[in-house]
Design a binder for this molecule. Sequence first.
Ligand SMILES: Cc1ncc(COP(=O)(O)O)c(C=O)c1O
Length: 464
Amino acid sequence: MSHNNAKPYDNVLGLIGWTPLIRLNRVTRGIRTPVYGKADFFNPGGSVKDRIGMPIIEAAERAGKLKPGGTIVEGTSGNTGVGLAVAAALKGYKCIFTMPDKMSQEKVRLLKAFGAEVIITPTAVAYDHPDNYVMMAKRIAESTPNAILANQFYNQANPDAHYATTGPELWEQTDGKITHFVASAGTGGTLTGVGRYLKEKNPKIRIISGDPVGSILAELWRSKGENKQVGAPYKIEGVGQDKLPATLDLSLVDDYRTVSDRDSFAMARRLTRDEGLFVGGSSGLNTHVALQVAREVDDPEALVVTFLCDTGERYLSKLYNDEWMRENQLLEPDRVTLGDLLEHKGDGAPGAVVSAVPGQLVRQALGLMRLHNVSQLPVLEGNECIGSVTEYALTQRGLESSRFLDAVVSEVMDEPFPVIDASQHVESVQKLLSKATPAVIVRQDGAIAGIVTRSDMLAYLMNR
Ligand SMILES: Cc1ncc(COP(=O)(O)O)c(C=O)c1O
């Protein structure tokens, strides 16, 4: 097979595999062990799953189960659907895919773009429930004439494809110097096929897997299959399971690490921003583990390979959408700025700050606070905060002497609120807010953009 594009291809299938191995340079700062990413998102269908489409179809043809004009059915989180659809298009087969409803809209549209029929099933059902996407695919395959179930969770053509391609590619690309391979398992096809090949080449190569919090695979490995734990929901797509797939050989795995959605997504975003590798959440999970391992190994002679499974384009509405990340409390806390907090305060009038002017009377200032249901006001002169008043202090003194109500604000006001730039992180401001500093003024591009009070900060902390 050609390693580059010097010659023309007969069709797009010739472009599957021989994906580049790319060194990670910036996310690895401070780590001596070299870490490389096997960039399977370079496959023409954008994911590792292109590798298994044609082998599964050809195995069914050889077994006489699939004849011209036939239909390929599969329960898929999306990427296998694309891999199968690309191969099916060139072979003239129809595709029907079932997919859990947690999968991104991009993936549904993508499969439809390839001409497949897509049936959405509920995510929140047990693996043996009739509405489960795998069960549903099985029923459709049984009741459709000349149809096969691709059956990626049981079909040995899946790990075999990785044994035949991904494993040898890694061996050759690293000149046999690879010491650690890190990949999480969905079906386990990648981990099993690559693990088997590499261990045969050199039994010292360590195969390390990552698992999303909520998946049962890591615990199954730790307990050597004894675990009775049930799965819990998580947001990463394509990896982790609530049942052991027949395509995953846990005995090949030397270490299993559990990783949160938050850490996985944060790492995927860093791979995009810092390395220019636009990848999905499972690649983030793998890389999070790979960096842990590289740090622990701490050896410039070692060679850690992480697996970059699919393209980030599949997740533009999810992990690359700050809104979705915030709704799911997945944004790293230190990345939330005062500007973000203002935007989400929901006071309906962005930029409009309720304020007093120096010449106003105390009773007018108190009236303003009541009207707008706030406990303090900045005193503004043009674009400058020159002082502040609080309901507590004004009420206290108003009760002592009602003449105070007719005093002028500039004569009775307290210190101005601190003015902070909108780019400051919320955490740094949290400590500033106290009884003496009930609010801060937020400045953006030289102008006052809003105010963040103690109660705004508390609301943010409670929702986080
Ligand atoms: C995004 C993504 N990452 C990783 C994987 C895991 O690959 P495998 O099924 O070979 O374990 C999949 C499989 O569906 C996937 O879709």
